[in-house]
Design a protein around this ligand. Structure first.
Ligand code: PMP
Length: 422
């Protein structure tokens, strides 16, 4: 043993192995970006530690700053009732579920959360996974196969794209929110496929815009396809009382075949869900690899999301405040001549800066001025659409929003209408 550990100490990683790690795809780009940022005097805007509870404000480097970087849409992460529910579950069950739910990891709160999610949509059943990202990867990867067809919005989240890739199905992306393009693709490709699935989001996270849901429901019916809607940013945000994209359009939730959502945003936990038909959910519970072969959700997180969902229903005024805040931000930004793309002004408002360096610079200057907003840079988006992405919450106030838009407009050199100053 001594000889072995000595050999390990002497060796370290083999030079060839270390070189191979350095040569992994993207490593050189990352290095070049780091060097260029350093030369321009830009700090790394990623992985900054926050202290305290990130809501309308957050604490970075010992300074309280106004925060537009968190998905805490309704201010429920940090709500004393949510924290109490999580603590009670932890006192009762400990921190971990300690096993897959199928084999000894099931706790009553898992079923209670799933029943509440199913009731939210008025559908037969729901299943909760430990991660939103993993939900899309495992469900799409498992549900669809090489003889199938997935037609998806070009702007769908990485997790859907990865799941679609894993499935081996034929994948066709249609131009963002263009249901006519989706129809053309389905008309051309549906016949050659065994099963077909349309994947859209209820509220797009990069642009803050929404799809024409009734059109997609019709398309799915007409072309014998399932419709899956990722509501990660829709639940608690879209629709008059935050029910989601179906409420916005007056569509029955049962008209969507597969509802997907996350627990990490409005529901202030961590995880993902699928809601819909009982046979689909039972099949996923017994066979989806990311469920069967993964630990059950931490009971405290399930309890936190269950309590958050209860509060979402009980206090729709939170949704009204969020939407009013986002609408105010969007109106002021537009009046200041900022490019907000196609944002619907429901919670997410991008300000397109037009270059990664410009967006990184602006984000840094705003942070120095007491405002935290994350830049979205190349390669996440094309350099020409590099942006700052503002996540509004129900807890921001008018003064914060007015000051923020004024600061952005002043930094970009846009107009500064009198309204902004008030
Ligand atoms: N879907 C969408 C549309 C998302 O934006 C995200 C993450 N922000 C996910 C799925 C993954 O969810 P989570 O971060 O909870 O894993």
């Amino acid at each position: 043993l001594q000889r072995l550990s000595k050999r390990r100490e002497e060796k370290g990683p083999a030079p060839g192995a270390a070189r191979a790690f350095r040569e992994l795809p993207g490593q050189r780009d990352m290095e070049m970006i780091r060097e260029a940022a350093g030369a321009l005097g830009l700090e790394n805007p990623f992985f900054r530690p926050h202290e305290g509870i990130a809501g309308a404000t957050t604490r970075i480097g010992n300074r309280e700053v106004v925060n537009y970087g968190s998905y805490n849409y309704l201010g429920l992460n940090g709500d004393p009732r949510v924290i109490a529910a999580a603590k009670a579950a932890m006192d009762r069950h400990g921190v971990s579920a300690s096993a897959s739910r199928m084999v000894s990891g099931e706790r009553p709160v898992h079923g209670e959360l799933e029943a509440a999610i199913a009731a939210h949509y008025g559908v037969e059943a729901a299943i909760a996974f430990v991660s939103g990202h993993a939900t899309n990867v495992t469900v799409l990867g498992h549900l669809m196969g090489p003889r199938d067809l997935i037609v998806h919005d070009a702007a769908i989240h990485n997790s859907c794209a990865e799941g679609a890739r894993l499935s081996g199905a034929r994948r066709i992306a249609f131009a963002h929110n263009d249901w006519r393009a989706a129809e053309r693709e389905l008309a051309a490709a549906r016949r050659g496929a065994r099963r077909a699935l349309i994947v859209i989001e209820g509220h797009y996270s990069m642009d803050g815009d929404i799809p024409d849901l009734p059109r997609f429901v019709d398309l799915a019916r007409k072309h014998d396809a399932w419709l899956m809607v990722d509501e990660a940013h829709g639940l608690g945000v879209v629709g008059a009382t935050g029910q989601g994209i179906h409420e916005q359009w007056g569509v029955a939730a049962q008209d969507v075949d597969i509802w997907m959502g996350t627990l990490s945003k409005t529901l202030s936990g961590c995880g993902g869900y699928i809601a819909g038909n009982a046979d689909l959910i039972a099949w996923l519970k017994h066979s989806a690899p990311g469920f069967v072969y993964s630990v059950g959700m931490a009971p405290a997180l399930a309890a936190a999301s269950l309590e958050s969902l209860r509060i979402l229903h009980a206090e729709p005024e939170r949704v009204a405040r969020l939407q009013a805040n986002a609408a105010l931000f969007l109106r002021l930004a537009k009046a200041a001549g900022l490019d907000t793309g196609t944002s619907a002004g429901l919670a997410i408002v991008p300000v397109i800066v037009g270059s990664s360096v410009g967006a990184a610079r602006l984000s840094q200057a705003l942070l120095e001025g007491g405002i935290n907003v994350q830049p979205i840079l190349f390669p996440a988006v094309p350099d020409s659409s590099a942006r700052l992405r503002f996540f509004l919450s129900s807890e921001h106030d008018d003064a914060q929003i007015r000051a923020t838009v004024a600061a952005v407009a002043a930094a970009i050199g846009g107009a500064r209408p009198a309204e902004l100053a008030t």
